[in-house]
Design a protein around this ligand. Structure first.
Ligand SMILES: Nc1ncnc2c1ncn2[C@@H]1O[C@H](COP(=O)(O)OP(=O)(O)OP(=O)(O)O)[C@@H](O)[C@H]1O
Ligand SMILES: [Mg+2]
Length: 229
């Protein structure tokens, strides 16, 4: 059996609210193999985003272990942690988080530019832009390259966010309620896209409150009372 891409063991996370501790994750264990599409379903407030942020190195657990592609997250230097977050993980946020000042193409190219020294960037610029254009074409946005996010529909924005998450060919694609702000038809289209990328080998972890959407995944888990079932 191949090594898991994500191996989380007994994750705990609490938020301190005044005098009380809100114990959100209470021992979450999750192992995801290469090429899997795992959906985590849970009610609002169950800790889905918290879990995804920890897996994506955007936040840290209080207790428990996380191994990404064989690297123990606790032992990473700051520099290596940033690198993995930038290169190996693609994150699709519920609210897109596109930069309003940049057009579609610039938004997608940005993650490839981050963490790339200026000289290196000059050499790679052309190739990355070509890759971004190809990705945007596949997502049906060929005629929107120069649009700003505010000039796009919700579904178009989410497709730009997907392109941005994929530009560095991440080993792991993390999607936080990726259709949460879309009508059901557009939502289904986005799910079809994620399925297509998964069928091409992309490892995906998606969190959602919507059991119907989770059906697109190859494995469905439920987050309840701080644990995965
Ligand atoms: N930074 C924070 N400080 C304090 N409490 C927080 C913080 N972030 C999240 N929480 C609390 O932790 C719980 C889990 O939050 P989380 O965002 O992970 O839920 P979720 O399952 O993603 O919910 P939703 O489906 O509404 O997005 C919530 O009750 C929330 O209020
Ligand atoms: Mg959430």
């Amino acid at each position: 059996m191949s090594e898991p891409v994500i191996d989380a063991r007994g994750l705990h996370k609490s938020y301190r609210m005044g005098r009380v501790d809100l114990h959100v994750l209470r021992g979450v264990s999750l192992s995801v193999g290469p090429g899997e599409f795992v959906a985590v379903v849970g009610a609002s407030g169950s800790g889905k985003s918290t879990l995804l942020h920890i897996i994506g190195l955007l936040d840290e657990q209080d207790r428990g272990g996380l191994v990404l592609n064989g690297d123990d997250a606790a032992k990473l230097s700051r520099r290596r942690r940033n690198r993995i977050r930038c290169r190996d993980i693609g994150f699709i946020f519920q609210f897109y988080h596109l930069l309003g000042e940049l057009n579609v193409l610039e938004n997608v190219v940005l993650p490839a530019k981050v963490d790339c020294p200026a000289i290196g960037w000059l050499g790679r610029r052309r190739r990355i832009r070509a890759q971004a254009v190809e990705l945007l074409e596949r997502l049906g946005l060929k005629d929107r390259l120069r649009h700003r996010p505010k000039e796009l529909s919700g579904g178009e924005r989410q497709r730009v966010a997907i392109a941005r998450a994929l530009i560095n060919s991440p080993k792991i694609l993390l999607a936080d309620e990726p259709t949460g702000n879309l009508d059901s038809k557009t939502g289904r289209q986005i799910m079809e896209l994620l399925k297509t990328f998964n069928q091409a080998g992309q490892t995906i972890v998606m969190v959602t409150h919507d059991t119907d959407l989770a059906a697109a995944a190859t494995r469905v888990l439920h987050l309840r009372d701080g644990r995965l079932k």
